[in-house]
Design a protein around this ligand. Sequence first.
Ligand SMILES: [Zn+2]
Length: 394
Amino acid sequence: MVPLPDEQLSLDVLASETITQDSSPPPEVGALTELIRKGYTNGRRPLFILGAGISFGQVPLLSDIGMWLKEQLSQLITKESDLWSDDSWMVEHAALLGEGQAGRRQTAELFTSLQTGAKHAQDVWRTFSAAFLKSDTPWPKIAFRGVASAVSTPAHAHLADLLLLNKARIVSLNFDGLTIQAAKELYKKDPSNYPTKGAISLHSESDLFHYFATSAYEVPAAVVKIRGDVFYATCKSETCPGHRSPLPIERVIGNHKEDQDSLICPICQQDSLVLTFSFPGFRKKEELAHPMLWAFRRFVAANTACVICIGFSGKWDKYLLDFLFDMCSEREIPLVDVRPPDQHDHNLFDDFRSSYFPNCPAVPEKQLERHTSYTRILSEADPFMHEMHHHLTK
Ligand SMILES: [Zn+2]
């Protein structure tokens, strides 16, 4: 996939018919969109699960973070070899992460030591926090200059439009807030286009209960963030309430002004925010996500037409894979896995299915119908969402 130039406005794609920059044929989505359109007549909507792959080129993946840490750590270890004599393993762990080869143990050890270890390690983390939020120089291998200036992709814009039109539900595993950003821009441009009152994100079980149990007649569309607080921001000032309750990153970015050099704590207004990374592979982290997934399932499972995962590797989220296959089996609906053709671990979903959900047959897209089944569509997120949007809004 060709990353978008910084200045390209992704929202313009809704007005244009041409979006794919390469000449590969659009992905086959005829049976899928037919199934969803039938669902609309019975009040059922597709549920999109968004993984890191949808923000590809805009926001670093875990492997990009590994590359960044490897470069920083190897420079420091050469320069200050005495100080780092016990910590040279960190470079090796970071290199493995950068190559996509690190397991849960190495990843967890690396992030824990950087955030809670010796002062020199924590200093690296502070530099990383700053570069992650806003960077003056691009990252290695990716034109990224901080989450604060990340721009939503065409896929985000197409999803946001479907969300605002009440034609899709979205669960996001990402911390970047790019779907909400796209939805806010679309809504601001022309609120009369939409039956909803803009869009918000829901971060907790109690957010979900209040949202779905509301008696209000007009409500905003919602993006449900599961595990979207993998990265969150904590205020370093001990007297500030932001020190005790971490803030979702997207809420911090929402307050960010272009001319600011660093991110300001929205509570105490000081330049004192630091990133906290809670690694998704931690069992505890996954268990915390479970009550929220179940609360969501209670409200939406009965009116879901199918589940469509985009850019979600499943590598760190076996709990979520299990949850999704279980929900699709119980409700007798298809699970669709959309991923780029060249992804090296693309059998993971299917291996999990054949081991634990043999009742869920793998079928080609053309044979999709409303029963328990699994389909893989090999496509980048942008051309896939372009086709989906085209068929679901005509
Ligand atoms: Zn503060």
